[in-house]
Write a protein that binds this ligand. Structure first.
Ligand SMILES: [Zn+2]
Length: 207
């Protein structure tokens, strides 16, 4: 992803490839990612109206708020360093365009590219998390853990995740963080788990 592409996805309506059941890959229009992030943050704010406790907000809205603050502060700082002005009423998207547009040095552009591509990735992961299947009955073949408690929530050690956009699947252990990156690795994992599974049970993994 180059700098223009990342900026485009963050600040303008753009087309993305996604998988449609029975039809393969299709493209659809998507609103600017910064707009979607801002909407997710505000949706959570409305849910939480009448309460001042952050913990009562939906987790996605909280994460959206944190990421939004981080991006807004970074952009505001860079805009100030560039122009010497706060311009508090100018939207974040406008400031970001001006900041990126001002860059002439390759080194500066490369740093910005890495920063913006990271934002794109984190916004997508937040707004469109992979579909998750938890394998409660199967211990991880690497660390042999069956379950773990993360932030007060019990979860199976082994998760099968599927990206909603590409329909690509992979497996991940929440304890030792071993991953099985789809394809052959997933088939092998299914075989390993199948051998150890109680007889008569079948293990269905996404292809
Ligand atoms: Zn493990």
């Amino acid at each position: 992803m180059n700098l223009d592409h990342a900026l485009h996805q963050l600040t303008e309506t753009h087309y993305v490839q996604h998988h449609v059941q029975g039809e393969g890959m299709r493209s659809r229009a998507e609103a600017p990612l910064l707009q979607l992030l801002q909407d997710a943050r505000q949706a959570g704010g409305e849910q939480a109206r009448g309460t001042s406790r952050r913990s009562e907000k939906a987790p996605v809205a909280l994460d959206a708020l944190d990421l939004w603050m981080e991006i807004a502060e970074t952009v505001a700082t860079q805009y100030y360093l560039l122009t010497g002005r706060d311009d508090t009423r100018r939207p974040v998207i406008g400031k970001l365009r001006i900041w990126v547009g001002s860059m002439t040095k390759p080194r500066q552009q490369a740093n910005a590219e890495e920063l913006l591509a990271g934002w794109v990735q984190r916004i997508r992961a937040l707004l469109d998390p992979p579909r998750t299947i938890q394998l409660w009955e199967r211990p991880c073949p690497e660390c042999h853990a069956r379950e773990v408690t993360i932030s007060d929530r019990r979860t199976a050690a082994l998760h099968i995740l599927t990206d909603r956009m590409t329909q690509k699947s992979w497996a991940e252990c929440q304890v030792c963080h071993e991953t099985w990156p789809g394809g052959e690795a997933l088939v092998e994992l299914a075989e390993t788990l199948g051998r150890r599974a109680p007889s008569g049970t079948r293990l269905d993994l996404p292809a």
